[in-house]
Design a protein around this ligand. Sequence first.
Ligand code: NOJ
Length: 724
Amino acid sequence: MNESKLHDLVRNMTLEEKAAQMSQVVSSFIDDKSGEGKITGPFAGMEVAKEDMSGSGSVLGASGADDLRALQKEYLGKSRLGIPLLFMADVIHGYKTVFPVPLALGCTWDPDAVEESAAIAAKESAAAGLHVTFSPMVDLVRDPRWGRVMETTGEDPYLNGVFARAFVRGYQGDNLENDESKLAACVKHFAAYGAPEGGRDYNTVDMSERQLREYYLPAYEAALDEGAEMVMTAFNTVEGIPATSNKWLMRDLLRKEMGFNGVLISDWGAVQEAIPHGVAADNREAALKAVTAGVDIEMMTPCYVQHLKTLVEEDVVAEELLDEAVLRILQLKNRLGLFENPYRGADSSLEEKLTLSEEHRKAARETAAKSCVLLKNEGALPLKKEQNVALIGPFAESTDLMGPWSIFGSEDDVVTIAAGIGEKLGTRPTVEKGSDIEVVSSQELEVAVEAAKQADVVVMALGEHSEMSGEAGSRTNIKLPEAQLKLAAELKKLGKPLVTVLFNGRPLDLHGVIEESDAVLEAWYPGTEGGHAVADLLFGDTNPSGKLTMSFPDNVGQVPVYYNSFNTGRPKDQIAPEDRFASKYLDAPNEPLFPFGFGLSYTTFTYSGLALSSEIMEENGTIWVSVDVTNTGTAAGEETVQLYVRDLVGEVVRPVKELKGFRKIHLEPGETKQVVFEVDEESLKYHHSDLTCTCDPGDFTLSVGPDSRNTDELRFSYQPRGRQ
Ligand code: NOJ
């Protein structure tokens, strides 16, 4: 449909029809037959007759080619203007073929793999009739108490931006209009949802605008620059105003300054949440605030449907505000080709053929293996096939490997760890649960200890069940549950090689298991192919290569602890240990247990020959930093070489290190490769006190290494002409 027809359509719509386009509900509001779909939030605010919402312009949470075709047909049959429904859902890390959770995907440091995972998710879900995914979530995070860290790619603004782009490319491709195997991406949650106080979900966010721009906005900017079609608002406050009611945030920053012209949707119920937040007295005022802020679609509360019409009729809201929102929604429907083909992509035979295909499972297996991080290995790994393995722990045979956010994946399709190991060995290993996730009985414990006694090596599969992280999954205790620590302590007593594989959605305090184990593999929630991927790694058929994208605290009292922190005025390492007055804890180290960027391999890499092309960078200039990396072990492996920058004297305080580049390389045993990074002014820029983003003349360090802690550094000076 051409643009002028879309405008005609908007002109022909009644105020009720406009408000309906601007509302989103689950499918049961549209059509009783189709069921509710997946419910991903509370129903509290929906004291409204179903009929009042049945004209809503979009639906969330439903899927399946046949169901969505039927729903669309039924809806269009009743629609005066024939405007098709948009189908949206949370396809976060795979549809039926579930990939590792996003925090794990980040640990691949492999944007191509992440792009491929998003492309596969798009293919499967587009065939199942979906048009939009509520992904990627690009919120920067520093607090593992917050359960939603599992849905992010971690604590670094640069890396989050790289992955934001990869997700958007994978979902949307470069031809969304004509390619029915693609989905529109909705980047979320604008803005700063990843920084709730105390790590408690939905809690207050309060930070300086400079911090917001410096650390939190870059990943949203990257996603929009890559062409993300939609943005979702955040639940939290920004500058004291809930994001969903925040005109400055949405109109001035997102739309005017960042140039976003697509559809802005509220998060579930967030329009109405202006009331409990305390910035609106009732639904009418909540609707007024959200529409004034420029929120195009209200998700799952009825404020727009109940009040937009009268707000316009009473001249409180200009009808143009509704028109511009509706036009954006129709433009998206049009870009997806829905006016020509409202059943876009929905094809049950394709759905059947594509979902969980061999090719998709293979990609999920490979990506899962790349996403696991080897945290410790004192020689217990890799396992040998001749060894008698006892697999013990609540995750040994668990199908809870997809994490809390895979609403369309089925546990029936999950490969368990026991099955993965069994396939490697050609026979089922000894398997005992030993303990539940949070409760252990002495009888179960005894049986497990007896089984372990017969083994050459004990593999413990431990972790948090998936509901312990994810949305509304905040915790103040981030250790493994006591029951499992007890199991670990009992097995440790046997003196056998002890390997721990962890399944969890957040960085944990690993005391109680890290010292006890000879090797620890962080497997996160690895998805449908988890059992195969973990077995590939345990037996060395694949060499671990994942690196953390979020620090593992030494204990929860350090939180937030992250690598790109400030030096402070009293840095611990520059003050004599006997001097009390340093920035430090009396009872814990300052450093995390495992830093950002950390991850081991079955081989070893050495770094040498760090060199700069010049010690001076001129205005608009470039310098190159090079390093030789050698595989000094006996296995082929992948290493992620990381580049960090520090501005030694800034106008405002600069972090001790900031990631500015990385390269993932494959090295055969004995092989050396030179890695060269280009550094230009972009890498030196930061937000000054007046919020401009520029770089200053002066001295910088460039550090290169295998993680954010172990780096070698060189200095250079940035000397723009006439600005010394
Ligand atoms: C609430 C979550 O915060 C958001 O990420 C999700 O997309 C919506 N619910 C819809 O399920």
